[in-house]
Ligand binder design. Sequence first.
Ligand SMILES: *Cc1c(COP(=O)(O)O)cnc(C)c1O
Length: 470
Amino acid sequence: MKTDNKIVSDNLREEALDFALFEQAKNYALDYMENILNQPVYPDKAALDGLNAFKEPLQAEYGDPYEILAKLHNNGSPVTVAQTGGRYFGFVNGGIIPVALAAKWLSDTWDQNAALYVISPIASVLEEVCEKWLIDLLQLPANTAAGFVGGSSTATLCGLTAGRNHLLNKLGYDVSKKGLFGAPEIRVVLGEGAHSTVYKALSILGLGSERIIKVPEDNQGRINPDLVPELDERTLLILQAGNVNSGAFDDFNTLCQKAKKAGAWVHVDGAFGLWAAASDNLNHLTSGVGLADSWSVDAHKTLNAPYDNGIILCSNREALTSALHMTGSYIVYSEQRDGMLYTPDMSRRARIIELWATLKSLGKRGASELIEDLHDKSRYFAAALEKNGFLIKNEVCFNQILVSLGNSKTTEMVLQHIQNSQECWCGGAKWKNESVIRISVCSYRTTYEDIDRSVNAFVKAKKEVTSYSS
Ligand SMILES: *Cc1c(COP(=O)(O)O)cnc(C)c1O
């Protein structure tokens, strides 16, 4: 019997049982959680320079595990963007539901691979359970299939692949056999303000920019139904539940019915907005959305699940699984749910555990109240800004606010001052050819006090900018 290992195995096996190492990691994490509300919302230049400590060549010898953790905590923690605190309003980045984080710690030690039932029965069962819960929560057709992916970018790619292949199949063309060369032409219709990840997905799918018809939008970023061209059985129609800037929702009833009649496929990019369907007070926004064929949504945005939790939902299970199908001599599909049939990847971390914990923590009531709370706070934020002389450029129908100082130059300068304040963080955008400050109220951590404090930072920034220029 061979008895001597290379030192690597001995080292690592020893470390695997060194519980003090994991205690240390836990203590650093708790320390971080305790301080996050007081940490600057965005690191300043000096703090960012501390990241240079990581820019070193790979050393020749083994690293000490305690030193590795200490380096992360000392040089990393202070430079993180405090998006789990209450005053981060950038992009559409959600907070993190406490038990979902705790469940992630536990499931990280499981290190499950969600590819197949036989590799991880727990992941398979939780995916099956959450699929049903999501259908219920979002009021989607009963047989809707869900695939659990990294985010809406991938979810959209999956939905559009299913749609493209399904349309081609109906035209008698099997794209999985023949490839795209010589296929009947597929047309894409979307709103001018479609998210950039939609274009990315279309490009990957071989549906180049020249076959995209952009429909003009109204002043809120909604597709104008009267300007939608004639749809047919060769058309992919892409709608939005939540315009990434204004938060506006397309008119699903009108547009989906039109598409259905014509035999077109409808995909809805509902990255953060689809969750409006979970609230009785806000589900008028998603009215008719269930008539679409596929939907992409992120649990890591308004639902506050940890990254990376995206979902592709498709009313036609067969269209989704056939589009993502693969085979191999060693792949054994089972009678149970095999997660990889619903996603582009094979090996995949079991992100479903955090989604399950998130949904289980919130329940229907919590999901509804969380979404409504973000909406209420957005309205409060917008009203307070308006009272202080800021212009609000959108109807705050959901959780997004677009703010202007009247001209692009001043707006950009005020935004710069807000970002430098480290009191809160917002990004900027172009809206109808004008620069705006873009606020996304996306975390349950945000309190009314946080908003008051942020409004003060806005007011101070405005004073600073206007006193320079006068
Ligand atoms: C965030 C977002 C996306 C992209 O989602 P990821 O999870 O970042 O891949 C797509 N569409 C909209 C409307 C979004 O807000």
